[in-house]
Design a protein around this ligand. Structure first.
Ligand code: 5AD
Ligand code: SF4
Length: 463
């Protein structure tokens, strides 16, 4: 048997990239590539990059410096070749420039072309001397059609991409340029992939898309499925116990989705619904297509439909033209809605986006002051929610071993990590009812309530 080739994939950025990296590994497995956890000595290194904020893009270039050293070491004295590839959104946005700036990069490919990886790898390996490859087309449809039909085991909690790209064109955002136009996978393909994952042991599924609730996939019998409808279909799958979806846009929360939150027990009561800012002038300049009042209304309708639903959000502070009053509107909406988790960023101008050319850029010092205030408030809300969980019972999907001997870690319905001690490792993969006994800023501790309330893990195991 030939030795497996070593593949190191480093993932930056969003969950969609995590999913893409996994599929790249699936695509390369038949060529004999096995994943390793370091670039040192690898036969192929893929950096699956993120372009959303300046810092994320810069990180890629500093990591490339490190990879160069490993490549030089491996190839020294007639040693074997290391293929270095840059994938993802930096590749899409800066492909040609990247090739120029980093002569040792062999391959650059965007998020829509990794189904063609085997062919690219074969070309790179055949090359005598250098044969640099760049593939940044936009065939989203073709990609999903040509990825392997069989997905590998993804663990108890898995991602499934159902939608890609975005047509919203928020003025700060690179996604419509790097990921292209909205595309929804046909419903039947999604159901098939979900069933396969469940057959491999998955109990919790997170549906992914840049704008996931804009989903409008072809229905098996003609017509289209909305996300709400797709959720209903997925909820029918035996053995699938928890469903989530991310990331959503407030404008695309429709009646169907709200009623899905009312009716589907398997749909977790936790929703990431970015508001970005509270000031109406800023929301308009961001081209968010919703006002402060619209967001409040949507949040209310969701909470009316599902009273235990909690929200998380993304925020941008210091968008061009954001006044003190606009920022106070952001603070107010946070106080009124309360978010149990959040990501907040200082606005960073991205090349080619309309906002980067706007006047009235906010000084760095002001951005820093605002983000600090916002983050204090958000952290208070998160901690208050965690503290409020103490004494309550929660169903926790046990996913991995903890840091300490005899400790397991799972996830609550609200995505809080929960630690529990004294359960055997065979409990991994089960959903147990825990009484929450301890709250920290980013996690909870719990203990088993009553064995009779806990599910018996089925025979299925993660292969
Ligand atoms: N500057 C700062 N934050 C940004 N985001 C997207 N683009 C920018 C930018 N140019 C944030 C948004 C988005 C999250 C994924 O990243 O809050 O929801
Ligand atoms: Fe970017 Fe706006 Fe689309 Fe989200 S909805 S991916 S922020 S353009």
């Amino acid at each position: 048997m030939t030795e497996p080739k070593k593949l190191f994939v480093k993932t930056y950025g969003c969950q969609m990239n995590v999913y893409d990296s996994q599929r790249m590994q699936d695509v390369l497995a038949p060529l004999g590539y096995q994943s390793v956890d370091s670039a040192e000595g690898a036969d192929m290194v893929i950096l699956n990059t993120c372009h959303i904020r300046e810092k994320a893009a810069e990180k890629v270039f500093s990591d490339l410096g490190r990879v160069r050293k490993h490549k030089e070491a491996k190839e020294a004295n007639g040693g074997e070749k290391m293929i270095v590839a840059v994938a993802g959104c930096v590749a899409q946005a800066e492909g040609a420039e990247l090739m120029k700036r980093e002569p040792m990069v062999d391959m650059v490919f965007g998020p829509q072309t990794y189904h063609r990886l085997p062919e690219m790898v074969a070309r790179a390996n055949r090359a005598i001397g250098r044969n640099r490859i760049i593939d940044t087309d936009f065939p989203a449809e073709e990609k999903f059609d040509h990825l392997p039909q069989q997905v590998s085991s993804q663990g108890y909690s898995a991602f499934l991409a159902i939608q890609e790209g975005c047509d919203k064109f928020c003025t700060f955002c690179v996604v419509p340029y790097t990921r292209g136009a909205e595309y929804s996978r046909p419903g039947a393909d999604v159901i098939r992939e979900a069933r396969q994952l469940v057959a491999h042991g998955t109990r919790e599924l997170t549906l992914l898309g840049q704008n996931v609730n804009a989903y409008h996939g072809e229905a098996p019998n003609g017509g289209e499925w909305t996300l709400g409808r797709l959720l209903r279909e997925l909820a029918e799958i035996d053995g699938l116990d928890r469903i989530r979806y991310t990331t959503s846009h407030p404008r695309d929360v429709d009646d169907d989705l709200i009623s899905a939150h009312r009716d589907i027990k398997k749909l977790m009561p936790f929703l990431h619904l970015p508001v970005q800012a509270g000031g109406d002038r800023v929301l308009q300049a961001m081209n968010r297509k919703h006002t402060n009042a619209d967001y409040r209304e949507i949040a209310k309708r969701l909470k009316d439909a599902c009273p235990d639903l909690a929200l998380s959000s993304d925020f941008i502070v210091g968008f061009p033209g954001e006044s003190d009053k606009d920022f106070e509107d952001t603070m107010d909406i946070v106080r009124d809605i309360t978010f149990i988790q959040a990501f907040s960023f200082k606005y960073s101008p991205r090349p080619g986006t309309p906002a980067s050319a706007m006047e009235m850029q906010v000084p760095e010092k002001v951005k820093t002051e605002r983000i600090m205030r916002l983050q204090v408030l958000l952290a208070e809300q998160q901690l208050a929610f965690n503290r409020n969980s103490v004494g309550k019972e929660m169903d926790v999907l046990l996913e991995r071993r903890g840091k300490y001997e005899g400790q397991l870690v799972g996830k609550s319905p609200y995505m809080q990590p929960v630690h529990v001690s004294g359960l055997p490792e065979t409990a991994l993969g089960s959903i147990v009812r825990l009484k929450i006994t301890e709250a920290l800023p980013n996690s909870l501790g719990g203990e088993l309530v009553d064995a009779t309330k806990n599910d018996q893990k089925s025979e299925r195991n993660v292969a």
